[in-house]
Design a protein around this ligand. Structure first.
Ligand code: PHE
Length: 337
């Protein structure tokens, strides 16, 4: 009887030698060798007749045959379909190819929606640099050097000696505006931010924020609450949000903003991690120290600020439970929005 190894070697040579000439012949080739009833399948079965110590080697060899055939099918298919398309282009009566039209990235869609909501109540959009200095990102925001709260945002330093870093929030852009404008100030600052975090379904080393700032005379926490209620109503169709007391060095008092998970109707699901609520950001009354750092009279003016993660809101809005999808640029994912 023929040695099974020789048989496989022969088959490999045969596959390499075959030369299908049309797409149809490629399909026949595929069915003959790697179809569900193809020769390769049969030859896999012959592993029974191989002695135990050589079974592994045999399996590897058959796999090689299989991938050789698969690669041949793929590359020939590609070559022939290109060639056939070319022929069609010369046939002026053939139907035209449809243009593939790109779609907006879901993060941009939601960002624009958020901006529109705030623009309707008088906020204007301001942007700042992604590469920042320590003063705008931390010190001016009431986070002096060695302040423990700096650890809340693991920072990527571009130049540690010169205190140049990738901004960890867009609050830095708000500092720039406060330095250059007189109150009343009513701005939103969208943009990309960076934090040195391990990438997972719920965290990434880069994400997007929209932060808001309102400074004028007699601005109160009630104004902040009403602004967030208005936002939730416009964005999610419901005012069902809650504020949990929290801490940020640049606001006092501070709160965390949660939105009722409407994906599961607060019954608990993967997006809200069974909690019924999804945290979308933080907020609070601007600390007088921050105003003074920007030469704004904190006796005369008060203000509120808030910051939200666009990815979080997008995940909630579309029921997406893995943050990484936003950064992979898989067209099958992106085309759904
Ligand atoms: N800057 C904060 C962050 O990125 C969010 C925030 C903004 C909190 C404004 C309070 C007020 O985590």
């Amino acid at each position: 009887m023929e040695n099974p190894f020789e048989k496989v070697e022969k088959l490999l040579a045969e596959i390499i030698a075959e030369s299908p000439k049309t797409l149809e012949e490629v399909e026949q080739f595929r069915i003959k060798y790697i179809g569900s009833k193809g020769i390769v399948k049969g030859i896999f079965g012959a592993i029974k007749t191989v002695e135990n110590q050589r079974k592994k080697e045999y399996g590897q060899l058959v796999n090689k045959v299989k991938t050789t055939a698969e690669e041949k099918v793929e590359s020939l298919k590609m070559a022939f379909s290109k060639a056939e398309k070319k022929i069609n282009i010369e046939d002026l009566t053939a139907p035209a190819y449809t243009q593939e039209i790109g779609t907006r990235h879901p993060i941009n869609l939601v960002k624009n929606e958020i901006l529109d909501i705030f623009k309707r109540i008088g906020f204007t959009v301001e942007e700042g640099p992604e590469i920042e200095d320590d003063w705008h990102n931390f010190t001016a925001l009431n986070l002096p050097e060695n302040h423990p709260a700096r650890d809340m945002q693991d920072t990527f330093y571009v130049d540690f000696e010169k205190d140049i870093l990738l901004r960890t929030h867009t609050s830095s852009a708000q500092i720039r505006v406060m330095q250059n404008q007189e109150p009343p100030i009513r701005i939103i600052t969208p943009g990309r931010v960076f934090r040195n975090e391990t990438i997972s379904a719920r965290a990434h080393c880069t994400f997007h924020q929209v932060e808001g700032l309102f400074i004028a005379e007699k601005v109160s926490f009630a104004d902040l609450k009403q602004t967030l209620y208005y936002f939730a109503k416009e964005m999610f169709g419901s005012e069902n949000i809650r504020m949990r007391p929290s801490y940020f060095p640049f606001t006092e008092p501070s709160a965390e903003i949660d939105v009722a998970c409407f994906i599961c109707d607060q019954k608990g699901c993967a997006v809200c991690k069974q909690a019924g609520w999804v945290e979308i950001g933080g907020c609070g009354m601007v600390d007088p120290n921050v105003l003074e750092n920007c030469n704004i009279d904190s006796e005369k003016y008060t203000g509120f600020a808030f910051g939200m993660g666009i990815e979080r809101i997008t995940m909630l809005k579309y029921g997406i439970n893995d943050l990484r999808l936003f950064f992979e640029n898989d067209k099958r994912f992106l085309a759904q929005f």
